[in-house]
Write a protein that binds this ligand. Structure first.
Ligand SMILES: *[C@@H]1O[C@H](CO)[C@@H](O)[C@H](O)[C@H]1NC(C)=O
Ligand SMILES: *[C@@H]1O[C@H](CO)[C@@H](O)[C@H](O)[C@H]1NC(C)=O
Length: 337
């Protein structure tokens, strides 16, 4: 794996439908992210198509929404597969992407992906609605992620809301900003004592990491790769972080001010990257940092794919990714027995 030679951007070939959607998404991001640092929520909600919860199975999965704390409007959606008579399913806690500023568990594309994961793995998927920036800034999102884990560790909550699940077989998965959140929530959770909850694996899909100094992939792919540009990622980080210091170990996670993770009991971790993602080099650096720290990590490289490609079901790579996650989850489960 050579992180210093990203692809030439003009070789990305995609169906027209996907291209048009990606172009619209780019225009949409630029329209909702105002110059004064606020998000146009009205406009965002207009184009954020929602899927309601459904107690009748759709594609073999039923869903319901659970309130963690009404005063903070913290809730999650549970995806339970119905075609398997299995008790004792693993739990996938899922943190969605969206630059910390957009998307929810009921956003149609995220609802679809979580539904597929629940059915194919199979697993009970818990997709969390954390508060968004800039209305809420760091560390609120990570604090609330921990609150979710504590809520799921509670016996009463579990028997009421996740009766088919075994929380000792818990994975945390996230894409983009949700992957960034996965790393930090896990790292903080690793210092807590839980009754039953045990995180046995991490799935990090195209992590949103960064630093002050630009990487090669950021420079080469900026302006030509879909979805993310430097202007947009800078905007997202400024919305999320009050101080704006990107080298404090929160953003540049594996950088010079990084935490020593060699003593943390890090579970097996799957790191997924794409060839046309400006964040590619940060993600590979993170993977290399895990390896260097003696952790069990797997790198999966979709050389012809862009940031959050798996949200586009018309691409065969989207289903391949689900199979890849399934393989990883099975491998980890076989080990813990
Ligand atoms: C839950 O999973 C753990 C770890 O895999 C296992 O030891 C335990 O027996 C499981 N619990 C039940 C009720 O099957
Ligand atoms: C971020 O982290 C990398 C190591 O992964 C380091 O080389 C770099 O100096 C850090 N800071 C910046 C400014 O990117």
């Amino acid at each position: 794996m050579d992180q210093s030679t990203p692809k030439t951007p003009n070789s990305l070939s995609l169906p027209w439908k996907t291209r048009i959607e990606l172009w619209l998404l780019g225009v949409g991001i630029d329209l909702i992210t105002r110059k004064d640092g606020t998000v146009n929520r009205w406009l965002f909600n207009l184009v954020d198509f929602k899927t309601p919860p459904s107690s009748q199975p759709i594609n073999g999965v039923k869903t319901h929404d659970v309130m963690v704390d009404a005063t903070r409007n913290l809730w999650f959606r549970v995806f339970t597969p119905t075609e398997y008579p299995i008790q004792d399913l693993p739990v996938i806690v899922f943190f969605h992407g969206g630059g910390y500023i957009t998307a929810h568990p009921d956003s149609a594309k995220y609802d679809d992906v979580c539904r597929k994961l629940a059915r194919e793995l199979p697993a009970v998927v818990v997709s969390f609605d954390y508060p968004l920036a800039p209305e809420h800034q760091h560390p609120t999102q990570h604090d609330n992620g921990l609150d979710l884990l504590k809520f799921l560790d509670n016996e009463d909550n579990r028997s009421k809301w996740l009766p088919n699940a075994n929380i000792s077989r818990c994975f945390i998965a996230g894409d983009s900003a949700g992957g960034h959140m996965t790393h930090h929530v896990f790292e903080r959770a690793s210092r807590l004592e839980f009754e039953q909850l045990k995180v046995i694996g991490l799935v990090l899909l195209q992590l949103f990491f960064g630093g002050e100094k630009r990487t090669e992939s950021e420079i080469v792919l900026d302006g030509t790769a879909p979805i993310l540009t430097l202007k947009r990622t800078d905007w997202f980080w400024n919305a999320f972080l009050r101080a704006g210091d990107r080298d404090d170990g929160i953003v540049n996670v594996s950088g010079p001010n990084a935490l020593d993770i060699s003593k943390i009991d890090f579970p097996p971790t799957m790191v997924v990257v794409g060839g046309f993602d400006i964040l590619r080099d940060w993600q590979i650096r993170y993977y290399q940092w895990l390896k260097k720290s003696g952790k069990e990590a797997y790198l999966v490289d979709y050389a012809n794919m862009f940031h959050v490609f798996f949200l586009y079901p018309e691409l065969p790579e989207s289903d391949q990714l689900i199979s890849e996650v399934k393989g990883f989850v099975q491998k980890v489960l076989n080990k813990v027995g």
